[in-house]
Design a protein around this ligand. Structure first.
Ligand SMILES: *Cc1c(COP(=O)(O)O)cnc(C)c1O
Length: 369
């Protein structure tokens, strides 16, 4: 039996009636940009996150970029980012004309290390972008305290953390704004690209909506040089159909993570993801660590198990950034990029697939050691 890393058809099949009805509703409405479905999803997502405002965008990268721009980030500014993240976190800063200032991550959580932030702050630093990587919340109390001391803005890249909680507070409501992606593989995924920003600042929400709509709040009147990045009503309707499943799907993710952790405990050389008790991960990914990751990956592949590496090349080592960051060390990021491995995972992984992953990994490690 082959086990794919992720098969999104399971989510569609479970929510099929609601999704099909949603798509039909939009098709029959005659309204294909903005409108009632977009407004309704924005309200429902704001309520889920516990924020007063939500603005839909075309995707997660745009949510981050427009959010940073609306906060006034621009050329000459530095923005602190984690060294280890999906490249979009960095690109959003660059697309504002600002400079990403990387801070190395914690070895255990793979999240930005609050203890290293203050040493990185420059006179030009305006904001910290944190990423709740793999769904595991960042240490937000420490981040917010540093931001207050240095008068910095806090932006949450919550693209992997739908429904995660930090000390019983909902992730995405803990900074000045949060950027969400509803890329199909995320915990709440559309049937294409989609994104959103949540915030409690009405003026900020207004500016983001304006920036994403050609810099206009009234048709053919343009106060800003904006962009076209709006939440598609088809995707908004799909997201409304899937949102009622999110809590249950996250619970299934958490149970699967527990079962993996129990079944894989004590295997030689393996490090398992174990979030601290005061956080509730959204378990976007189940990511293990092994010093001989490439050999392990091949051994699993030979047994029909598809795995992915999130992420093999850190942003500062990508060609897009390498020249500007030649002197950057980020030793923890570098080590994690060589050791991390994400296993097949998700609310629709079948029990026999789960068993197969556990068996294959156990065998593969026995051969390796
Ligand atoms: C997916 C993702 C994004 C980008 O979202 P898109 O909708 O694909 O543009 C940004 N940051 C992180 C951490 C992500 O995982």
């Amino acid at each position: 039996m082959n086990v794919p890393f992720l098969d999104l058809r399971g989510a569609y099949e479970e929510a099929r009636d609601a999704i099909d009805a949603a798509l039909g509703r939009v098709a029959a409405s005659g309204r294909y940009i903005g409108g009632a479905e977009v407004e309704a999803f924005e309200q429902e997502w704001a309520a889920f996150v516990g924020c007063s405002h939500c603005v839909g965008t075309g995707n997660g990268l745009d949510a981050l970029t427009l959010g940073l721009r609306a906060l006034g980030i621009g050329p000459g500014d530095d923005v602190i980012v984690p060294g280890h993240t999906f490249v979009a976190t960095w690109l959003a800063v660059s697309h504002c004309g600002a400079r990403p200032l990387p801070v190395d991550v914690e070895s255990d959580s793979a999240n930005i290390d609050p203890a290293r932030i203050e040493a990185a702050i420059t006179p030009k630093t305006r904001a910290i972008v944190v990423v709740h990587l793999y769904g595991r919340p960042v240490e937000m109390d420490a981040i917010v305290a540093i931001a207050r001391r240095h008068h910095l803005l806090v932006v949450e890249d919550a693209a992997q953390a739908h429904g995660a909680r930090f000390r019983d507070r909902q992730v995405g409501s803990l900074g000045d704004l949060a950027a969400w992606s509803f890329y199909p593989g995320k915990n709440l995924g559309a049937l294409g690209d989609a994104g959103a920003v949540t915030t409690n600042d009405p003026e900020l929400a207004r500016r983001i909506a304006q920036l994403g709509n050609y810099g206009s709040s009234r048709k053919y009147v343009h106060e800003l040089q904006g962009f076209n990045s709006r939440l598609d009503p088809m995707q908004a309707a799909v997201l409304r159909a899937k949102l009622p499943y999110l809590r249950a799907w996250n619970l299934r993710r958490r149970s699967l993570a527990r079962r993996y952790n129990e079944a894989l405990a004590g295997l030689p050389g393996l490090r398992l993801p174990e979030p601290a008790p005061h956080v509730e991960s959204a378990w976007h990914l189940y990511t293990i660590r092994h010093a001989r990751r490439e050999e392990l990956r091949h051994a699993l592949s030979a047994r029909g198990i598809e795995t992915l590496v999130h992420y093999p090349i850190a942003p500062h080592l990508q060609q897009a950034y390498a020249e500007a960051y030649e002197a950057e060390e980020l030793p923890v990021t570098r080590r994690l990029c060589g050791e991390l491995l994400s296993l097949p995972f998700g609310p629709h992984l079948r029990p026999e697939q789960e068993q197969r992953v556990i068996e294959a990994l156990t065998q593969a490690l026995r051969v390796l050691s």
